[in-house]
Design a protein around this ligand. Structure first.
Ligand code: ATP
Length: 302
């Protein structure tokens, strides 16, 4: 988490502000184990945060909970996870303080990069601090899981393996800083739709999660790149061939490995160096309807 306390002036009075960064993630592996009786699936996934981030400002202002979003695609009402986070805390702990949450989106939306979940986790941590709720790790974890399966991971970020619905987390040492290219085709892929497609299919291959964990623990980026794997990739690429095309283009560069993140449609490449990342990005930018980002693996000090 990146916390910066500032003061804004409202009506001549100083207002407390927290400036936070919410970092996106990539899934180095993603496996679905089985459907659970509660309608969710048990998953097993190795995730890593990247430097691409949204900015979240929490400000003691407004009336109740107000959300301002600098991105036309994302709602500013109860559908926004940061609004739900603030409401959950206010209801659970009977807080009646006002908060204005200003969100600047840079993480592409519904892209498999966990943007909404990252925003929610950082808002949860920030509001708990602003409202002096003194929550311990277990309480934060329980609250975060109410907001979404990926939210617990973002409380810590860095590298981790998540199991169960996403709440059983084992932290891993972060990878040495590695250049990452992201290619996001402008096609909508909802997580619900992706799970439906997956349920009717037999994945050709499954990730070797144990080997990926060992590679990450050994800080072996080359081996981690070789082991990148996601059970959703074939199903999504079946309906959206652009996913396979983007991966093939990335793999033609100097890369350790490439694959789809989350339930897609973003494809990422772990690149050998900055020049390789920039070259591949230029090549991808020549394609229509694809957003391209160059970033790095990133972890805050634990
Ligand atoms: P995941 O990898 O967890 O499936 P994602 O990156 O695919 O997430 P998000 O960017 O989190 O998807 O957005 C998914 C949906 O959530 C969108 O329909 C969006 O309108 C809604 N949403 C709610 N809150 C937010 C938020 N703070 N930022 C982005 N999307 C949000």
């Amino acid at each position: 988490m990146s916390l910066e306390v500032g003061k804004a002036i409202e009506g001549g009075k100083p207002v407390k502000e927290l400036h936070l960064n919410a970092y996106a993630k990539i899934n180095l592996t993603l496996d679905v184990l089985e459907a659970r009786s509660d309608g969710y699936h048990d998953i097993e996934t190795v995730m890593h945060t990247i430097a691409l981030h949204d900015s979240v400002t929490l400000r003691e202002a407004g009336a109740g909970v107000e959300v301002i979003v600098h991105d036309g695609e994302v709602p500013n009402d109860h559908r926004n996870l940061v609004m739900r986070t603030a409401q959950l805390l206010r209801e659970t702990f009977k807080v009646d303080r006002n908060v204005q949450i200003e969100l600047t989106k840079r993480i592409p939306v519904a892209a498999g990069l966990g943007g909404g979940s990252a925003d929610a986790a950082i808002t949860l941590i920030g509001l708990a601090q602003m409202w002096k709720l003194r929550l311990d790790g277990r309480e934060l974890l329980a609250l975060s899981l109410k907001l979404g399966s990926d939210v617990p991971f973002f409380l810590e970020g860095g590298a981790a393996v998540a199991r169960g619905r996403g709440e059983r987390l084992t932290l891993l040492p972060p990878l040495p800083t590695t250049w990452v290219v992201l290619a996001r085709p402008q096609i909508p892929v909802s997580t619900t739709w992706a799970y439906k497609q997956f349920s009717g299919s037999t994945p050709a291959g499954r990730p070797n999660t144990a080997a990926m964990i060992t590679a990450v623990q050994r800080e072996d980026v080359r081996e981690a790149g070789r082991l990148v794997s996601n059970v959703f990739e074939d199903v999504i690429a079946g309906s959206h061939p652009v996913v396979g095309d983007l991966k093939a283009r990335i793999l033609r560069g100097e890369t350790y490995g490439a694959g789809m993140s989350g339930t897609g449609p973003t494809v990422f490449g772990l690149m050998a160096n900055e020049a390789a990342a920039l070259r591949v990005a230029d090549n991808l930018r020549a394609l229509p309807d694809v957003d391209v980002f160059v970033t790095r693996t990133f972890a805050e000090a634990r």
